[in-house]
Every structure is written in structure tokens, then in C-alpha cells.
Write a protein that binds this ligand. Structure first.
Ligand code: BEZ
Ligand code: FE
Length: 292
């Protein structure tokens, strides 16, 4: 057992205790728990792999470049968290729901506030597209009660695999985005295009890391949804196109089985495809809900 008086001096064996012992009693209690654990795991990792000086230098250079490429539009640290599965794990821990409730997945970097609010049934594609698709379904409580006034915020990529914000000179602003509000039956429907798989931004250090690991940067085709309603927990999720080649190798680990949706070809319809997906929201604890 290390004696308190020895802890001030660094040793390989007691490195964790030496560092954590420096934290003041004045430090915020939660911060102390988080940092103590971080140091414990970080030191365990360094000891486990016996990190070389050169490898430590590569890591510092990688993190430096990750920071340097960040700006108002690009967040390479979140992308790093995404490809390491950390974003999905934090999301899972913070959005545990009962069976039957719609599951969350990553928000991603391409959500935009202030997009047009459309009448139910509108077309969110301003650019046209060959693979037209009707998205439809119902928003209900866990007990099946339709939720009136649910806000459905949707966005998807173009047929070329880019979001409007990635191609401001090519796509119209708010192409393939829209906000809808359900009526008393909780139903929603709108037209768009069938999404396609696309690579996450891979021209920076995170993309280089994926390359070194022999990992591809692709996400399976998906439509993004944020579904919110008074008195209910907000669901931030996607529906994934069943049969997509990348469902089991999503670069950001966003796929959950329950989020895979059928996209059926339609004959003699207004669109070439149709995808139905129902959203089931849970009530906020202590909330009254709004299900009339
Ligand atoms: C997206 O689905 O838009 C996305 C999510 C995580 C990283 C990059 C893109
Ligand atoms: Fe996406």
C-alpha cells in the first residue's frame, strides 16, 4: 500500500494515485469523479499498450490536426467521437427507453434550425429527383394513442449523396428538409427522394485514421427525423433503407435494428417508392402529455 507521503513523487506503479491526489477538495464533485476515472483509464491504456514516445508524438500530432481543421462549420472532434462509437454510447446511456419506444441515433453535423414548416403532404425536394419517395406513418404514445401536434423535423441527402449545406452553390437552400406538425390522428406524410448511402467527411485526420484502420467512411442510406411533442421525450433518429450495403458497417455505428425501414416500390402512385415508419414516444416523467 502506498503511503500518503510517497504519493507526491511520480512512480510508474502509482501514477494514477499521484495524479488524482492533486485534485483539490474544492473541485466540483462530479468533475472529480469524471476526471479521476479518465486518468485511471488513460493510464491503464498507456500501460496496457506500453505506448512508445513516437506513438505518443503521433497521437499529439493527430489531436493537434483534429483541432486545427475545426471551424464554425466543421467539428472534427465530434466526427472522431462518432467513428469511435462514443457518440452512440453517450446517446444510448442518456436515452434509455422501454421496449416498443422508438430508439435514438446520432444527430450528425447536418441538422439546420429554422427550415420551412410545410403543410402535411408537401414535397421537401426542391431540386427534383428520379427516386421519388413518400414517407408516412403515425406518431403515438407507448399505448398507441395518437399524438396531436407532434413536430417532425426531417432532412436527407440528395441523390448524389450530399446535404444542401455541403453544396451551397449547387443545391437550393433547405433542399430535402422540412418541418411538419401532426393533426389529431398523429399521422404524417410527405414526399422526398429515397436517400442514398454517402461517405462522412473523410478529407481530414479522422478520414486518414479510418484509412489506416482499413475502415470505409460510408453511412447506409437514411432519412433523419427529430420527433418532439409536449410532455414527451424528444426522439432524434433516422430510418435506414432496408437492404443497404452498409447497414452492418456504418462508419459511425448509428444503425439499430429497429430503425431499419422497408422502402417498397409503388406502381401507379405519385412516387416511385413508399416507406412507412411509426414513431412511438415516451412521456416525460412527471409530464402531463398532450394526447387528445
Ligand atoms: C449524418 O448522418 O448526417 C452524419 C452523422 C455522423 C457523422 C457524419 C454524418
Ligand atoms: Fe445523414
Amino acid at each position: 500500500m502506498t503511503q500518503p507521503s510517497d504519493i507526491a513523487y511520480f512512480t510508474e506503479a502509482a501514477s494514477v494515485e499521484t495524479v488524482n491526489d492533486r485534485v483539490s477538495d474544492m473541485a466540483d464533485a462530479r468533475l472529480k469523479i469524471v476526471m479521476n476515472s479518465l486518468v485511471r483509464h488513460l493510464h491503464a491504456f498507456v500501460k496496457d499498450v506500453e505506448l512508445t514516445q513516437d506513438e505518443w508524438g503521433v497521437a499529439v500530432d493527430f489531436l493537434t490536426r483534429t483541432g486545427q481543421i475545426c471551424d464554425g462549420n466543421r467539428q472534427e472532434f465530434i466526427l472522431l467521437s462518432d467513428v469511435l462509437g462514443v457518440s452512440m454510447l453517450v446517446d444510448a446511456i442518456n436515452n434509455r427507453r422501454p421496449s416498443g419506444a422508438t430508439e435514438n441515433t446520432v444527430l450528425g453535423p447536418f441538422h439546420v434550425d429554422g427550415v420551412p414548416e410545410y403543410e402535411m403532404g408537401a414535397n421537401i425536394t426542391q431540386q427534383g429527383g428520379r427516386e421519388t419517395c413518400r414517407f408516412e406513418g403515425q406518431v403515438t404514445d407507448l399505448d398507441g394513442t395518437p399524438i396531436k401536434g407532434a413536430r417532425i423535423d426531417v432532412w436527407s441527402d440528395s441523390e448524389d449523396g450530399f446535404y444542401d449545406v455541403q453544396q451551397p452553390d449547387i443545391q437550393p437552400r433547405h433542399n430535402n428538409r422540412g418541418v411538419f406538425t401532426t393533426g389529431p390522428d398523429g399521422r404524417y406524410w410527405f414526399d422526398g427522394i429515397k436517400p442514398v448511402s454517402y461517405p462522412i467527411p473523410d478529407d481530414g485526420p479522422v478520414g486518414q485514421m479510418l484509412g489506416h484502420l482499413g475502415r470505409h467512411p460510408y453511412r447506409p442510406a437514411h432519412m433523419h427525423f427529430i420527433v418532439s411533442a409536449d410532455g414527451h421525450e424528444t426522439v432524434t433518429t433516422h430510418t435506414f433503407v432496408a437492404g443497404d450495403d452498409y447497414l452492418t458497417s456504418d462508419a459511425v455505428f448509428g444503425v439499430k435494428k429497429t430503425l431499419i425501414a422497408d422502402f417498397e416500390p409503388v406502381t401507379n402512385g405519385e412516387t416511385l417508392w413508399r416507406s412507412r415508419y411509426d414513431f412511438v414516444l415516451t412521456r416525460k416523467e412527471g409530464g402531463a402529455g398532450d394526447a387528445d
